[in-house]
Design a protein around this ligand. Structure first.
Ligand SMILES: [Zn+2]
Ligand SMILES: [Zn+2]
Ligand SMILES: [Zn+2]
Ligand SMILES: [Zn+2]
Ligand SMILES: [Zn+2]
Length: 342
């Protein structure tokens, strides 16, 4: 009896080793291990004294044998939702059940509906509803529409120097306005008026008035003119040049008359347009009558040349008139060609 127990323990240990060894070899090597005929055959020998101690104890062996499940089709046991996982299971002939989770379906959004119209400067909202479950919503922003400005109205006219303002109103909402500046127009100057004649050593000035607004004026400098002298009492006030001509005030004291040389005769006769601050308007009769030294004559603002003023001035080579001579006395026309008649 003692011996038999010992043998059984030994056999059990050996069988365990065998089972372990088979499992380690992999299930593929024993595809039909579920029924394991080779091993089953050995079961009847259990109880007998075994020739080989490895084949022993049939009931224990059958329970511990490896079994590869063969599952049937998956069956859904819990439907997945848009966001929630589902569950499915499959069953093996042996009764073993395998369960696993299935992925959520995700939402199936519709094309969306504008639930808040965008305005000029505020975003709108578009709401999407899930086709599977209308309680599922999501929203998206809609960009601002932006203003739609009209042509604008001048609300402040620009002037010569000041900017104007043009105001635009939004076509979508007249309470939306914006303003832009209009550039100043700039002055429109006239041709200008000489305020101070330039002289040999002093600049003159010219004043301009804006044609759009005569309160707008500007003054420009006129450069020095070396040919113009400011004669006062026979001498240029600015450069000191002597005039050398005999100047007589008219009876009405409004202008000066050239009578001839003041002293020494000169070859150049340069009659100024002004003397002592008054215009020189006239050359007296016979002023340079029969003169033989004059070669060049320059006549400024003189309007009247008296008769025989340059009579028989035989040395004259050139005469320069300024515009404005209106009256030339008898034989005065000859001066234009530089020769006096005899
Ligand atoms: Zn199974
Ligand atoms: Zn959904
Ligand atoms: Zn607007
Ligand atoms: Zn102006
Ligand atoms: Zn001078």
């Amino acid at each position: 009896m003692k011996k038999k127990i010992l043998c059984s323990i030994l056999a059990a240990m050996t069988a365990a080793t065998l089972v372990f060894g088979l499992s380690a070899c992999g299930e593929e090597e024993i595809p039909d291990s579920g029924s394991a005929p080779g091993i089953s055959e050995q079961t009847p020998s259990g109880g007998q004294k075994p020739q080989k101690p490895e084949n022993q104890d049939p009931p224990k062996e059958e329970q511990e044998e490896p079994h590869t499940h063969i599952f049937g089709e998956w069956k859904t046991i819990k439907e997945p939702t848009c966001e929630g996982k589902g569950e499915r299971e499959r069953v093996c002939a042996c009764g073993e059940t395998e369960k696993e989770e299935t992925d959520p379906l995700d939402h199936d959004w519709d094309d969306g509906t504008v639930t808040k119209e965008p305005t000029c400067d505020e975003k709108g909202v578009k709401t999407f509803t899930c086709k599977r479950d209308s309680s599922h919503k999501k929203t998206e922003e809609i960009e601002e529409a932006g203003h739609e400005w009209g042509d604008g109205t001048i609300t402040k006219m620009p002037t010569c120097e000041e900017k104007g303002i043009i105001t635009y109103t939004c076509k979508r909402n007249s309470s939306h306005t914006k303003s832009e500046e209009i550039a100043a127009e700039g002055h429109e100057w006239d041709e200008g008026t000489i305020v101070t004649q330039p002289t040999c050593s002093k600049t003159g000035s010219k004043s301009y008035t804006c044609k759009k607004d005569n309160t707008h004026t500007k003054t420009e400098e006129i450069p020095v003119d070396p040919s113009v002298h400011a004669y006062f009492d026979g001498t240029c006030r600015d450069c000191g040049k002597k005039l050398g001509l005999d100047m007589v005030l008219s009876q009405d004291e409004n202008y000066y008359i050239v009578k001839g040389f003041a002293g020494e005769e000169m070859s150049e006769v340069d009659i100024p347009s002004e003397y002592n601050g008054k215009p020189v308007k006239e050359i007296a009769e016979k002023a340079f009558y029969l003169n033989k030294t004059i070669t060049n004559i320059k006549i400024g603002s003189v309007k009247t040349i008296g008769a025989s003023a340059f009579h028989n001035c035989t040395s004259v080579e050139s005469v320069i008139f300024s515009e404005g001579v209106t009256t030339i006395g008898k034989s005065g026309t000859q001066i234009r060609s530089g020769f006096e008649e005899h």
